[in-house]
Design a protein around this ligand. Structure first.
Ligand code: ADP
Ligand code: MG
Length: 695
C-alpha cells in the first residue's frame, strides 16, 4: 500500500514541470514568449456577456437568462436535444443537434432544482417560435455578477485554449503596467501630430473593452485603439526596411560605368528594336549599376514582355567593366534555354559563357567551377547549382535571379555572397507582378522597374473554358491545328499530393494522345526525366519535329517557343491563378493567333470558378495579380517562402493603405530625429525577426 502511494506521488511530482514547459512550448509556437508578445496578442473578436436582455427583446447575437421549463430528446427529423426556457418576458427554445448525455442531465437537473441558465447565441424565428441553435450556456445562481467588459476571443492554437490565453495575457499586461514597461515608443510630438492614442490605453482597451465601446469599430478595426496598433505594426516594418536600405547604401560594390563595346555590339545585333518600356528599364538599371553601392532591383514585366534581353544587357555591362555576371534560373529547362539563346548571340561578340547545373558530370562540373573561380568564364548560367559549395566567383559584379519568386529568401541572398571580392549588384526578375501596395510594404528595400508594354505584333491569347467532357472535341481541334503547321502544348493536371501520380498521369496522357493522333509526333516532358533527355525533347519541339508536347508544369516558367500557338490545360481548376497565367504565357509569342483551352471538371468550387472567369476575362498579368490578391489575401499571395514571415498580423494592406503611407513618412522622421525611439519600437514589435525583411 505504502509503496503504491509513493510511486504515485513521485509520478505526480515530475509531471508538473514537464506540463509547464509543454505549455510554454505551445505558447512559443504562437510567438508568445516575452510579456510584450502576450500584450500584443490581441483579440480577433469579442463576446458581449455584459448584458442580459429580456427574451422578448433579444435580436441577433444576444445573452438571455431564465429557467428551464422542459427538456427532451426529439426526432424531427434528426435526433436532437430540445430545451424550453423562459423569463418574465417570453419563451425560447434551445436546440442541440450534437450533444452529450451529460448535457441532457445538466438541463434535467436545472429543471428540477429551478437553477437559472444563462445562454448566449443567435436568436432566430423558428417554426415553433424563437430559438437558438447550439447556444453557449452556463448554469448560474441568480444574481451572479456579469462581467464588466466584453469578453475577448483570442487567436488560439493547438493545446492553447481561450482560458489559458486570457490568464496568461492578463498577467503579462498587469506585470507590464505595474513595471511601467509599456511606455510609448512614439515621441509625444509625433503621437499628437498623427492624433494617435497612447499605446498603453490602446492595448488595455482592446483586451478589456468597456461595455459602452463602439463595438462595430472593434470588429472592423477602425476604432482608434486598433488604428494605433496597426500604425505601430506598419511603422516597425517600415523602420526595419529603411534600416536595411541604409545598411546597403553603406556597402561597396563595383561601379559598372557607361556601356562599353559589348553592350553596343549586342544592341546592334538584335533583330528588333527595344520597346519604349525596355529602354526605360534599361536606363534605370544602367544608372544603378554605375553607382558604387550594390543595386537591389526587381525587374517585373508580364510573361513575354522581354526581360531576358535586359538581363543580357546588364550582364554585358558588368563584363565590359571587367567583371563576371551570373544568371540563375529555377529550372534546368529554363537555364538550358537561356544558355542556348544567349550563347548564340553572345559568343559571337566574344563573351565566354560557362554552364552549371546539378546534373553535369563530375568532370564538367569541376571544369566549370575552375573557369568561374579563375574568371575565365565571364557569364555563368545555371540553376541552384550556382549557390552550392565549391562555387566561388573570381570577380562577380552582377547576380541575376530569373523568376525570383520561385526561389526562397535564403537562396536569393546566397548568390550574392559567392564572390571573393566585395558585393555584387543584384537584379531579380519576375513575371508575377507584385501590386504596388505589397511592393511598398514588403519590398521597401527593393527598387522596382516595370516593363509595362509588350513587344509589337503580339496578338492576345484567346482563352476558352470547356468542361472535361468535351475532351474529344479538343483532341480533334489540336489535330487540325497541327496539320495546319501549329504546335501545341498539352499540360497535364497538377496533382499536389503525389508526384508519382502526376508523373503517371503525364505518361498515360502521352500514350492516349499518341494513340488518338497516330499521324502526329507527340512528345513527353516531365520533371523526372534525365536532363539530357529533357533537353533533347525541348530541342525537338523548338525544331518543330515534335508537334504536340505533353508536359507537366515543368514548362511553367520562361519556356519560349514562338511557333507554339495552342495550349490545352487539363483540370485547370486545380491550378492557381499565377500558375495559369504563366502557363498561358507560353503561347502567343509568335505572329500566329493563339488560343488556350482550359478544361475543367465540374462542379467547380466558388474560388475555382472565380479563377477561371478571371483567366477568361483578361490576359493582363497586373490585373490578374491584383485580383489574385483579392481572392487570396496578401499572406497567401506572397506565400511563406516569399515574404519570409514578415506578414502583418493586424494591418490589412487593402484597407489600410493610407496608414502604410503615414507609417512610411513617420519611419523616415524617426530614423532621422528620434533614433533611440526607433530602436525601442523595433525591439517591441520585431524582437529579432527583422532579418527576414532584408531579402
Ligand atoms: P519574358 O519577359 O517572359 O522573360 P522573354 O525575354 O523570353 O520574355 O521574351 C519573349 C520573346 O520576345 C522572345 O522571343 C524575345 O526574343 C522577344 N522580344 C523581346 N524583346 C522584344 C522586342 N523589343 N521586340 C520584339 N521581340 C522581342
Ligand atoms: Mg523569362
Amino acid at each position: 500500500m505504502i509503496s503504491v502511494t509513493k510511486t504515485r506521488k513521485a509520478a505526480g511530482a515530475d509531471k508538473l514541470p514537464a506540463a509547464k514547459s509543454t505549455i510554454q512550448a505551445r505558447l512559443a509556437r504562437l510567438g508568445l514568449r516575452r510579456d510584450i508578445d502576450f500584450v500584443l496578442h490581441l483579440p480577433m473578436r469579442y463576446e458581449d456577456e455584459t448584458r442580459i436582455v429580456p427574451i422578448a427583446e433579444a435580436r441577433d447575437q444576444a445573452q438571455v437568462e431564465g429557467v428551464v421549463n422542459d427538456c427532451s430528446i426529439q426526432f424531427r427529423p434528426r435526433r436532437q436535444l430540445v430545451v424550453r426556457m423562459a423569463d418574465a418576458s417570453g419563451e425560447l427554445t434551445l436546440r442541440f443537434l450534437n450533444f452529450y448525455g451529460s448535457q441532457t442531465r445538466q438541463f434535467e437537473t436545472a429543471l428540477e432544482t429551478k437553477t437559472r441558465v444563462r445562454v448566449r447565441g443567435e436568436v432566430r424565428d423558428g417554426f415553433f417560435g424563437r430559438e437558438m441553435v447550439h447556444p453557449r450556456y452556463s448554469l448560474v445562481e441568480q444574481g451572479v455578477a456579469l462581467p464588466e467588459s466584453l469578453t475577448p476571443v483570442y487567436p488560439a492554437g493547438e493545446g492553447v485554449g481561450q482560458a489559458l490565453l486570457r490568464t496568461a495575457i492578463n498577467r503579462a499586461l498587469a506585470r507590464m503596467l505595474d513595471q511601467r514597461a509599456l511606455s510609448d515608443t512614439l515621441p509625444d510630438a509625433i503621437r499628437t501630430q498623427r492624433q494617435l492614442m497612447e499605446i498603453g490605453s490602446a492595448v488595455r482597451l482592446l483586451h478589456h473593452p468597456p461595455p459602452d465601446v463602439n463595438q462595430q469599430g472593434l470588429l472592423d478595426r477602425s476604432h482608434p485603439a486598433w488604428i494605433r496598433i496597426k500604425f505601430d505594426e506598419l511603422l516597425a516594418q517600415q523602420i526595419s526596411l529603411m534600416r536595411a536600405h541604409h545598411a546597403r547604401r553603406k556597402l561597396d560594390a563595383p561601379a559598372l560605368r557607361t556601356p562599353g563595346k559589348k553592350v553596343n555590339q549586342f544592341l546592334q545585333s538584335l533583330p528588333f528594336k527595344l520597346t519604349g518600356a525596355q529602354q526605360r528599364v534599361w536606363s534605370e538599371i544602367r544608372g544603378d549599376l554605375a553607382v558604387s553601392h550594390p543595386m537591389q532591383r526587381l525587374l517585373q514585366g508580364d510573361v513575354g514582355s522581354g526581360k531576358t534581353v535586359i538581363a543580357a544587357l546588364a550582364a554585358l555591362q558588368a563584363i565590359d567593366n571587367g567583371f563576371q555576371a551570373a544568371l540563375m534560373a529555377p529550372t534546368e529547362i529554363l537555364a538550358e534555354q537561356h544558355f542556348r539563346k544567349l550563347a548564340q548571340s553572345l559568343e559571337t561578340i566574344g563573351v565566354s559563357i560557362a554552364w552549371l547545373t546539378g546534373s553535369l558530370k563530375k568532370k564538367d562540373k569541376t571544369l566549370a567551377q575552375e573557369q568561374i573561380e579563375s574568371g575565365a568564364a565571364q557569364l555563368v548560367i545555371g540553376t541552384h547549382a550556382l549557390i552550392q559549395d565549391g562555387v566561388i566567383f573570381h570577380r562577380l559584379g552582377l547576380a541575376i535571379v530569373d523568376e525570383q519568386h520561385r526561389f526562397g529568401v535564403g537562396q536569393r541572398l546566397a548568390l550574392r555572397s559567392k564572390t571573393l571580392h566585395g558585393q555584387p549588384h543584384q537584379l531579380m526578375m519576375s513575371a508575377t507582378p507584385i501590386p504596388r501596395t505589397l511592393a511598398m510594404s514588403y519590398y521597401a528595400d527593393l527598387d522596382v522597374s516595370s516593363i509595362d508594354e509588350m513587344p509589337p505584333g503580339r496578338k492576345p491569347v484567346v482563352t476558352k473554358l470547356l468542361t472535361q467532357t468535351r475532351r474529344d472535341e479538343v483532341v480533334q481541334r489540336i489535330h487540325a491545328a497541327a496539320i495546319d503547321g501549329q504546335q501545341v502544348y498539352w499540360v497535364c493536371p497538377l496533382i499536389e499530393e503525389s508526384e508519382a501520380l502526376q508523373l503517371q498521369t503525364a505518361v498515360d496522357t502521352h500514350a492516349a494522345l499518341s494513340a488518338a493522333l497516330p499521324d502526329l509526333s507527340v512528345g513527353l516532358l516531365h520533371g523526372r526525366m534525365a536532363s539530357a533527355e529533357k533537353a533533347e525533347v525541348m530541342q525537338a519541339f523548338v525544331a518543330g519535329t515534335i508537334q504536340v508536347l505533353v508536359a507537366t508544369t515543368v514548362i511553367e516558367v520562361g519556356v519560349d517557343v514562338p511557333n507554339a500557338s495552342l495550349m490545352v490545360i487539363e483540370h485547370a481548376e486545380r491550378f492557381g491563378l499565377s500558375q495559369l497565367h504563366q502557363l498561358r504565357g507560353r503561347v502567343g509569342r509568335g505572329a500566329a493567333e493563339s488560343a488556350c483551352i482550359l478544361l475543367y471538371q465540374s462542379a467547380l468550387s466558388q474560388t475555382a470558378r472565380a479563377r477561371l472567369r478571371i483567366m477568361h476575362e483578361t490576359t493582363d498579368g497586373f490585373e490578374i495579380a491584383r485580383r489574385d490578391l483579392e481572392l487570396r489575401g496578401p499572406g497567401e499571395f506572397l506565400g511563406q517562402r516569399q515574404s519570409g514571415m514578415a506578414l502583418l498580423r493586424f494591418a490589412d494592406l487593402q484597407t489600410d493603405q493610407w496608414l502604410v503611407e503615414q507609417a512610411r513618412d513617420t519611419a523616415a522622421l524617426m530614423l532621422r530625429e528620434y533614433p533611440e525611439y526607433a530602436d525601442l519600437h523595433l525591439q517591441r514589435w520585431m524582437g529579432g525577426r527583422e532579418e527576414f525583411l532584408k531579402a
